[in-house]
Design a protein around this ligand. Structure first.
Ligand code: NAD
Length: 302
């Protein structure tokens, strides 16, 4: 039975990845989270599962990774706007945590596969639509830059040590638990979750700018599947993959799918005009393809 680690297990994507691995493998999963933005309630459904062990812990306090074959590294502070304000905290969360994991691997001379949750934010507003992995990097926020820096560290350190890693550049994940009212940064979480929460409370959906900005929305279970396939690929890949749906939807059209009560607020800096993934590389190498559709998800939530 494989032993694997998920960092950031109590967050939106981490908790969905945990559910996926419990349902689809016989692995033993240790999850760590410092609960800075994640929440115990996200993983309460698995707390009694004998194949899951939760440790409330900061990534920086991990001293050994020897028992793990795979490390899914998700722990982060993944919000664009707060990364402009609390810069040091975001550098620690989004870059230094990961570097600490690499240092533990080097110290122990044990190199489990790292499946790193990267971000399409590193493309900024891309020149090429749909966007493949060769798109020039153009970070519009400290968050995007920190996500890219860690990718680059993986690449550079692997020229000296036998790191085994895969970076998955998620586009715009949505799905269960994307909106966590207890998360101090919830105002900046996935727009799908925010809109559904406003609708539930009978409030106006607030659209930034004119709502013509477009996003490639990817269901969190498709993201979990990509993590799984990247983790079991028989070869050492040491590369990055786009993980998106391969389609794009404007924020205004998304709002109209959810409610007829919406209004407009000023545009925010640091956010892309469009995201639209070319996922041919993940389709070909990981044999991954998205299975979910956003309109079905929204219908199920209304
Ligand atoms: N949700 C998105 O829109 C999106 C898009 C692209 C990439 N990503 C990436 O996916 C990953 C997961 O994102 P998410 O949406 O689930 O975010 P999230 O905020 O819901 O989860 C992140 C988790 O990491 C934990 N954490 C933060 N710092 C930690 C530390 N030092 N030690 C231990 N735990 C720590 C938090 O408490 C939280 O539970 C992140 O790496 C993020 O950059 C997310």
């Amino acid at each position: 039975m494989k032993k694997v680690l998920i960092t950031g297990v109590a967050g939106f994507i981490g908790s969905n990845l945990l559910d996926f691995l419990i349902d689809n493998t016989d692995w033993h999963i240790t999850g760590i989270d410092n609960l800075s933005t994640g929440s115990d309630s996200n993983i309460s459904g698995q707390k009694d599962n004998k194949r899951f062990n939760f440790i409330k812990m900061d990534c920086m306090h991990l001293t050994s990774l020897k028992e793990y074959e795979i490390v899914f590294h998700l722990a982060a502070l993944p919000r664009i706007q707060p990364s402009f304000e609390l810069i040091n905290e975001h550098v620690v969360a989004n870059l230094l945590n990961g570097i600490h994991l690499i240092e533990v691997m080097i110290k122990e001379n044990h190199f489990p596969r790292i499946v790193y949750s990267g971000s399409s934010a590193i493309y900024g507003t891309p020149e090429h639509i749909p966007t493949d992995e060769n798109e020039p990097i153009s970070c519009l926020s400290p968050y995007a830059f920190q996500k890219y820096e860690f990718e680059k560290y993986l690449e550079l350190i692997s020229t000296r040590y036998p790191l085994d890693y895969v970076t998955l550049r998620y586009f715009n994940p949505y799905g269960p638990r994307s909106f966590n009212p207890l998360n101090k940064f919830n105002a900046y979480s996935s727009v799908v979750g925010i809109f559904l929460n406003l609708k539930k409370n009978g409030e106006n959906l607030l659209i930034t700018g004119d709502g013509q900005q477009k996003r490639d929305f990817i269901h969190v279970c498709d993201v979990a599947l990509a993590n799984y396939l990247a983790s079991i690929h028989p070869e050492k890949l040491n590369t990055s993959f786009n993980i998106g749906n391969g389609s794009t939807l404007s924020i205004l059209d998304l709002a109209k799918m959810i409610s007829d009560k919406y209004s407009f607020i000023p545009k925010r800096e640091g956010e892309a005009e469009i995201t639209f993934a070319n996922t041919s590389k993940a389709n070909k190498v990981l044999k991954w393809a998205p299975l979910y559709n956003i309109s079905d998800f929204i219908k199920g939530e209304l």
